[in-house]
Design a protein around this ligand. Structure first.
Ligand code: ADP
Ligand code: MG
Ligand code: ZN
Length: 538
């Protein structure tokens, strides 16, 4: 007969319990030193090992040949408890026996010494479900438990317990198990089942299970029903999560403001009976991942995405502004709430249309996003040169001012936006004097890192400024030595282009000497920039 995996692989010793060292180490110490309490409380989310540890503890307190705190599994008590011939460990599910009567009979029974063991153990699962009367009856016994009785209470909802109960128990909090730990255990079990489980697939299962080993094993069980070799595809088919490509193309549609494309994709998913609530959760998670990639140095430590996916998302994150990501996160969170009352598909579509047309959205997040777009656009409405030669031919030492690259201003079709003066006859000092900090430099460094971590390392701690059509870099000398190589320059320019959509010349930043003509009031400057962008145009 087939036994579901999570039952079949219930750990029988503390050593086999994963991810809960704060519980298992303490319990083993208490057992080896004989300091056993009379009431324990195990709390934490489901499927993290509460019932499992209760069973192990019940056996360990009675085992005749304790092995370093773990039950031996082989003495007559261990075997008797396993095969049911010894009945001094009583499990009660408070969810189904919550009345005062079942607790009363338990208490009456507790008065008698156990038949063949040292302790009679009562495991009361889901203890928060007990009725008030049952609670009170239990409380009296907990106040003065008989010497030979041990209570182990377990609950997922500790906040529902009375303080009087809490104060009488030694409490252990079970944590969510980390995705790596879950994945490792799954792979171990796969081998015992003579099945194959890919590492990425195991991580994906772990992420869906959200810290619970029982759920992870159930999902794995379902996957095995589909195929004996569980790959990422098998996990996706089994759990019905959207294929990553849907998520990234939906995110792209938002970036490109293509609401039609987004609506088409949603329609396709809907016809494929994709659950819209789930899609919304996935979109929120997707943007959360982008946020983390965008704001942390080592996203792989937090995210645990498959490597290929992390690379794709890093590339995507480079071209997306943080304000857009926050706007999207906010909109999807909001959408999840609305879906409870409205029509899920319509809500989903509205969220996308709003995100694709931030000008229709009056939330602060949308305004912030538009402001930021405006701010970065205004100062760089610099002339973009056309037909620029792909590889520059100047001598390597002359990167300071690349006068040999004539900047041909594009004929401005919109005379309202006055192009800033081209850099043609300005020295690097003059350019530096009017330069402004360039806020996308970190993105560019990330883009550089994606093709060479050593080049990126050379620019560690660097910063950059924009002046006219120049990107002025402040970096150690050896970074400039690298920049002198035309091939390197070209790649960095490509990265800049990739991030900003604009072509800049590269040069070194020269700190302006003090006593210049006195820099303008930043507010005046902001106003001027806004004017240039036509923002305040009368
Ligand atoms: N920490 C863990 N280590 C190994 N397996 C675990 C762990 N927690 C749960 N499991 C698996 O999940 C199943 C259910 O765990 P259980 O202890 O009943 O969870 P709960 O915390 O909900 O009481 C176990 O039979 C076991 O297969
Ligand atoms: Mg349980
Ligand atoms: Zn034993």
């Amino acid at each position: 007969m087939y036994q579901v995996l999570y039952r079949k692989y219930r750990p029988r010793t503390f050593a086999d319990v994963i991810g809960q060292p704060q519980v298992t180490t303490t319990l083993k110490n208490e057992l080896t030193s004989g300091r056993i309490a009379h009431a324990y409380l195990f709390t934490g989310t489901r499927g993290t090992g509460k019932t499992t540890c209760a069973k192990i503890l019940a056996k360990a307190v009675n085992c005749l040949d304790l092995q370093n705190g773990d039950p031996c599994g082989d003495c007559e008590i261990c075997r008797g408890l396993d095969d049911g011939s010894i009945m001094d460990v009583v499990e009660i599910d408070a969810a189904s026996n919550n009345g005062v009567d079942s607790i009363r009979s338990l208490i009456e029974e507790a008065a008698f010494t156990p038949a063949s063991t040292k302790y009679r153990v009562y495991i009361i699962d889901e203890v928060h479900m007990l009725s008030t009367a049952a609670f009170n009856a239990l409380l009296k016994t907990l106040e003065e438990p008989p010497e030979h009785v041990l209570f182990i209470l377990a609950t997922t909802e500790v906040h529902k317990l009375l303080p009087t109960i809490l104060s009488r128990c030694q409490r252990f909090d079970f944590r969510r198990i980390s995705p790596e730990d879950i994945a490792e255990r799954l792979i171990h079990i796969a081998a015992l089942e003579q099945a194959e489980l890919d590492h990425e697939a195991a991580l994906q299962i772990a992420r869906i299970a959200d810290g619970g080993m029982r759920d992870a094993l159930s999902i794995f069980d379902q996957c095995l029903g589909r195929s004996n070799h569980v790959t990422m595809d098998v996990v996706q088919q089994t759990t019905g999560i959207a294929d990553q490509s849907y998520l990234s193309s939906l995110a792209n549609a938002i970036v490109q403001k293509e609401s039609a494309a987004a609506l088409e994709t949603i329609a396709e998913l809907y016809q494929g009976s994709k659950d819209m609530n789930r899609l919304c959760e996935e979109m929120a998670e997707y943007f959360r991942n982008l946020m983390i990639i965008k704001t942390t140095r080592n996203p792989s430590q937090i995210l645990l995405l498959p490597e290929s996916q992390l690379q794709d998302m890093t590339a995507q994150a480079i071209g997306i502004k943080l304000s857009l990501i926050l706007h999207a996160l906010d909109t999807f969170e909001d959408c999840m709430g609305r879906m409870r009352f409205g029509h899920a598909r319509t809500e989903m579509e509205m969220a996308f249309v709003r995100l694709c047309s931030p000008e229709l959205d009056t939330t602060p997040e949308a305004l912030l996003r538009r402001l930021e777009a405006l701010e970065t656009r205004a100062p760089t409405q610099a002339p973009v040169s056309v037909n620029r030669p792909a590889v520059s031919t100047e001598t390597p030492s002359s990167i300071e001012t690349q006068q040999e690259e004539p900047a041909i201003p594009i004929q401005a079709s919109e005379p309202t936006v006055k192009p800033k003066s081209a850099s043609k006859n300005l020295s690097i000092e003059e350019l530096s004097a009017s330069a402004e900090p360039f806020d996308q430099w970190q993105d560019i460094l990330r883009a550089i890192k994606s093709y060479s971590s050593s080049v990126a390392a050379a620019f560690d701690g660097s910063s950059a400024f924009v002046s006219s059509d120049y990107l002025l870099i402040e970096a150690p000398q050896f970074a400039f030595d690298l920049l002198k190589r035309p091939s390197q320059r070209e790649r960095i320019r490509d990265s800049v282009k990739q991030v900003t959509g604009q072509t800049y010349k590269l040069g070194p930043y020269k700190k302006p000497k003090k006593d210049d003509s006195g820099s303008a009031d930043p507010l005046d400057e902001l106003e001027q920039r806004a004017q240039e962008a036509g923002f305040l145009a009368e």
